[in-house]
Design a protein around this ligand. Sequence first.
Ligand SMILES: *Cc1c(COP(=O)(O)O)cnc(C)c1O
Length: 386
Amino acid sequence: MLQDQMLLRIPGPSPIPPSVQRAMSRPMIGHRGQETSNMLKNIAPGLQRIFGTTQDVVILTGSGTAGLEAAVVNIVKPGDEVLVIVTGAFGERFSKICEAYNITVQSLNVEWGEALNPLEIKHYLQEHPEIKAVFSTYCETSTGVLNPIKELAQAVREVSDALIVVDGVSCVGGVETRMDDWGIDVLVTGSQKAFMLPAGLAFIAASERAWTIIENNPQPRYYMDLVRYRDNLLKDTTPFTPALSLLFGLEQVLQLVDQEGVEQVNARHILMMNMTRAAFRALGIPLLTSDKDASPTVSAVKPEDFDAEAFRKVIKHEFGLIVAGGQQHLSGKIFRIGHMGYCSPADVLQTISAMEIGLLKVGKEIELGKGTAAAQQVYLNEGVLV
Ligand SMILES: *Cc1c(COP(=O)(O)O)cnc(C)c1O
């Protein structure tokens, strides 16, 4: 297998566009110079557009989890009670971070593969006025669920002043996100998923009322102090040396997104989801999530009569096609296909048609081409890309 022909279809890290790869190889510059300031100035509106906010989007050097931890240390303090909505592995991560900082966590557990129910959260908050913040996951990467964040934020605001904190790491940049309109207070994402970059940047924005809480929060923090980042951003600079090569890449990513248009980018992700789901449905292989709860960025498939791990091994060996396995109790029970960022409907067709061969090779009886044809049909019916 040609090494450069690897087909990386996991839900992050995701492939990187060649022009972004080239941008990242630019010679190093000084981080206190005018070039860096110009770059930061250039980057800001694109990030705001993707977040759907007029607030500053702060850039941290670190993986997505650094952004999640920054959210926790900036908005709550030991003794505060928070609600963490756990719909999978990444909801659990928020709980663990909060617990590490002695925040009192109340968890609302949703069955893996299902979306959170805003009404249930609303009722919970009515009975628990002590809750200071509600932590949720937009796309739960471990199950391929896209949680109804708009409805959640609305439900929370109807009954509570709790801040609404959203982990959007595996979907912001690929799905509709309207932080301001929906009333999200803190939104976090990272660089290696829908943002088409390597891991290493976390993006975080806060609402007006969240900033007030952040500014007055006595919780100790230094590198993660968002106030420091915002104050510097106002002067088009950063408190510490930023990951400049990743910023070169980010500048190019935002240009690509701008050329395609944020709405078209989101439409492409929905199309890729629909193609993928139609293929498995046509092949008679169950999907983990319902259509209503499915994420445009990652699809989880739940085989009934073949081994998910053997299947992953075969497609990797035959085609260099890499999909993700399940996490925790879903390990060995599902596989997850990433279709986000630098991924096109043509890539989805390639992935499905290669997977059909893999299915035959692990002994799953299918009619060759049936999944691909279903995906092609979805493209013909819905494909609106120009
Ligand atoms: C990938 C991911 C993260 C961040 O993980 P890192 O490995 O720290 O980048 C957080 N939340 C979700 C939902 C993710 O998919």
